[in-house]
Design a protein around this ligand. Structure first.
Ligand code: LAC
Ligand code: ZN
Length: 317
């Protein structure tokens, strides 16, 4: 909760932020209080519940919560679409929303990531030889006929982006397999290479510029990368691979590349982390997104909640 996490279904259902109504929190001086009300509406002063989400344990310790629940969708259809370039796959993402459909997931995967998963997990899946990138697209709802209509509309939208083919998962087992490819990608990257992961996020219409920029910056600094992530949210996980980079370059030059990467995300209207948070590792990059005035507002909030700096010290700032 204090992390504000997301996942593949955020694109339709939002992050955990959308479901939290009220927290019981222990403050730095030991006071226990409820931050809001158990209601869908809240217009009664500053919303401390929302402030605590994403605070990474730096403002208080959450001990209880009241959540909003929604009905589980009855049906879903899952498709795997392949494209001959990263940019086409990324540009196709917005086109789905532009035809009036909000899928329950739109996940992007680069070919190399798919290859590593297939190899590591011994999954039987033949990759289209011309495919450079893939979109895993899920629609969900209560009426199967409507979902199939949505899929047809999506297919027509994807054709404009030179979609090579669309595979439908025709059984629960195949759905699990498609999802397994996506879900185990982080583990596969870890077991194949020394890497550093960044969690870039931009407005989804800017994804083609983000992916092109990532590759350009990689060429400039000599790193390769595998990108995958929640494309429907404009959220790409950039796995920077050490590959042939020298130890010296990895330790000294890479940071300049990461700074450029974050400068690009901010220029495109995004930010430096979509769902993984700041913690210790990303705090040195906060100034790329935030001005001193902005950071001081945040530091001031921290001081009010935690004057002695005892709550998850040294994180975020
Ligand atoms: C994922 C994690 C890395 O999307 O956020 O797989
Ligand atoms: Zn993720």
């Amino acid at each position: 909760m204090a992390h504000g996490s997301g996942g593949p279904r955020v694109v339709k259902y939002g992050t955990i932020r959308e479901y939290v109504l009220n927290f019981e929190v222990v403050l730095a001086d030991g006071t226990i209080l409820w931050t809001g009300a158990n209601t869908l509406k809240y217009a009664s002063g500053y919303n401390l519940t929302q402030l605590l989400i994403g605070s990474e344990g730096t403002l208080g310790i959450i001990t209880k919560m009241v959540l909003k629940l929604i009905p589980q969708p009855l049906h879903n259809v899952l498709m795997l679409a392949s494209f001959s370039t990263n940019e086409d796959a990324c540009a196709a993402v917005s086109s789905i929303f532009n035809v009036g459909i909000t899928p329950s997931a739109v996940e992007f995967m680069e070919r190399k990531g798919m290859e590593w998963v297939i190899e590591n997990d011994q999954i039987h899946f033949n990759l289209n030889p011309d495919a450079a990138a893939f979109l895993l697209i899920e629609v969900d709802g209560t009426n199967m006929d409507m979902l199939f209509n949505d899929c047809e509309t999506i297919n027509t939208a994807l054709e404009k982006y030179k979609c090579l083919e669309v595979l439908f998962a025709d059984s629960a087992t195949q759905k699990d397999e498609f999802w397994k490819i996506r879900r185990t990608m982080a583990v596969s990257v870890k077991s194949n290479s020394i890497y550093k992961e960044e969690d870039t996020v931009v407005p989804r219409a800017e994804l083609p510029k983000l992916i092109a920029g990532i590759k350009e910056i990689g060429l400039k600094y000599g790193f390769d990368s595998i990108c995958y992530g929640h494309a429907g949210d404009g959220n790409l996980h950039v796995n920077i691979l050490k590959g042939n980079m020298s130890d010296h370059a990895w330790q000294h030059d890479l940071k300049k590349g990461i700074v450029e990467l974050f400068q690009l995300t901010v220029k495109l209207g995004g930010t430096i982390s979509g769902e993984h948070g700041i913690g210790l590792v990303q705090k040195e990059y906060m100034h790329i997104k935030y001005s001193e005035i902005h950071l001081n507002l945040m530091r001031g909030i921290k001081k009010v909640f935690d004057p002695n700096g005892i709550l998850n010290p040294d994180k975020i700032f």
